[in-house]
Design a binder for this molecule. Sequence first.
Ligand code: PLP
Length: 389
Amino acid sequence: MQTYTRLPVTFSRGEGVWLWDNHNNKYLDAIAGIAVCGLGHAHPAVTETICQQAKTLIHTSNLFQIEAQDRLANQLCALAEMDRAFFCNSGAEANEAAIKLARLYGHSNDILNPAIVVMEGSFHGRTLATLTASGNRKIQAGFEPLMQGFIRVPYNDIGAVKKVAQHNSDVVAILVEPVLGESGIIIPDRGYLQSLRSLCDDQGWLLMVDEIQTGLCRSGRWFAWQHEDTKPDVMTLAKSLGNGLPIGACLAQGKAAEVLQPGKHGSTFGGNPLACQVALTVIETMAKDKLAQRAADMGKYLLSQLDQTLSDIDGIVEIRGRGLLLAIELDRPCQPLSQVALDHGLVVNVTAEKIVRLLPPLILNRAEADQICQTLGAIIPPFLEQAAA
Ligand code: PLP
C-alpha cells in the first residue's frame, strides 16, 4: 500500500557504513536504516549468528522455554538495571506493552480510568495506542476516534507536568523520549528527566522511557537516561537491538516488573530464538567494541566539524547532537535535500520538515565523519541560496 513516499533508489548491498544501489553506485549511509544498523551493514558477527541460528532453530513460540530469550533478558536487565523483560517485534509493540503495563498498574491501584502523561512532539509508533500517545497531529489525523487515557503536555516543561499532578488523580505514568527523535533531535534541559523521576516518585507514577531511537549506545551511553542517572520504571527498546532483524523489548524494574502476569500480554513471534540470539550478538559486539564511548567521541567530533563547516551560514538555525543523534536545523523546509544528498552519495533523512537528521552507524570513523561533513558542506549552502532566491 502507498504508506511511504519513497526515494528513487534501490539498495542492493551493504558493508559497514556503506551501501551500494542496484547500479553499483556507492553511498555513505548516515541514517543506518533509521537508527537500526548500529553495527553497520552485513556485520560479520551478526551474519554468522543469523546463519548458525537459522540452521539450528528459528521459532518455537512462547508456549515453551526459550533459552536465548532468558539470556537476552538477563543481559539487558543487567545493562539497564531492570528486573524483567517482555519481547516483541517492533518499537510500537514495545510501547504498547508499556502502555498496557501502566494501565494494569493503575487498575491494581483502583484507578478505573488510568491516564498516561505524554509529550508534544513525541513519537511512539503507528498503532492506535502509540499514535495517540505520539504528539504529532499529522500521524493521528484520519484515525479518530483516538484512544482515551492520554494527557499531553509540552516537552521539557516540568511545570506543565506538575500542574497535571495537581488537577488529575487518574495519572499512573509518564511516557517520555529522553531526546525527541522524530521531532528532530530535541535535547531537553539538564535536570528535566531527573525532575520527572522525582515527580513520579512523589506521585506513585511509573516513569516510562522510550529508548527506541536513543538506546543501545547511540546517545553515547548504553541508554540515554544514564546521562542523568534517572533510572526509569519501564523502558522500551527496538531498532538497533537486532541490527535489522525485527525485535523489540519492554523492560521493567521494581513494582512495574510484577504487573504483567500470565495471560495479560503476548506475542507469537516475540523473543524467538533467532531474534534473541542476534540481539545477544549485537549487545556483545557493542560491549566488546566499546560503541557507547565511540558514539560519544565520534558524535562530538562530527558535531564540531559540522559546526565549523555550517554554523555561520545564513539559514542554519542550529546544529545539535547527543552522541550519534545529530540534527542540522534550517529556517525553511528542506525535504529535497534527501535527494540532493543521494545524488552526492550520502544517505540522510529530513524530519520535521526543516531538520536534516543524522543517525549514522555507531562504527563510524573519522574519515567517514569528515566525508559526511564535506558532503553536507557542499550541498546545504547552495540549497539555501537557491531556496532564498
Ligand atoms: N519510539 C521511538 C522513539 C521511535 O523513534 C520509533 C520509530 O521511529 C518508534 C517508537 C516506533 O518504532 P517502530 O517503527 O519499530 O514501531
